[in-house]
Design a protein around this ligand. Structure first.
Ligand code: RB5
Length: 147
């Protein structure tokens, strides 16, 4: 399994991106930092696009997007073919996002979710495996909605 992961944020998620990046490094991940690189205001769809292109281009298999609420990033990411982005506010959803939905991206809201919970969410998602079987058939149906 690839130990490379992409992470991206807008200005609302800049501080949390640093904390989650630290965790990812501790867990042995190589990080592709898709920006932004300061607290200056940026548009979250631009960052979502950069990160999702890394996944679709084969540079990594997973990504984490952070904005103020996690909503804008997840909406933007889910517009991009090949991306299944789960907006997570709890650890159970994060685990299910992988086990049932095979989410290749999660979105977190830095103004909603505290940094310690955010780190637990990330760990829960990363430690989970896709269960396949009936879930695979459903995920295939999701992907067919792109056409
Ligand atoms: C930026 O102010 C804010 O709108 C953004 O971070 C995000 O919450 C959008 O969904």
């Amino acid at each position: 399994m690839s130990k490379t992961i992409a992470i991206g944020c807008d200005h609302g998620g800049f501080d949390l991106k640093a904390e989650i990046s630290e965790l990812l490094t501790e867990l042995g991940y190589e990080i592709i930092d898709c920006g932004c690189y300061s607290n200056a205001s940026v548009d979250y769809p631009d960052i979502a696009k950069i990160l999702c292109d890394k996944i679709n281009g084969g540079e990594c298999e997973k990504g984490i997007l952070i904005c103020g609420t996690g909503i804008g990033m997840s909406i933007a990411a889910n517009k991009i073919d090949g991306i299944r982005c789960a907006h997570c506010t709890d650890t159970y959803s994060a685990a299910m996002a992988k086990q049932h939905n095979n989410a290749n991206v999660i979105a977190i809201g830095a103004r909603i979710t505290g940094s310690e919970l955010a780190k637990c969410i990330v760990k829960s998602w990363l430690e989970s495996e896709f269960l396949g079987g009936r879930h695979a058939a459903r995920v295939e149906k999701i992907m067919k909605l792109e056409n």
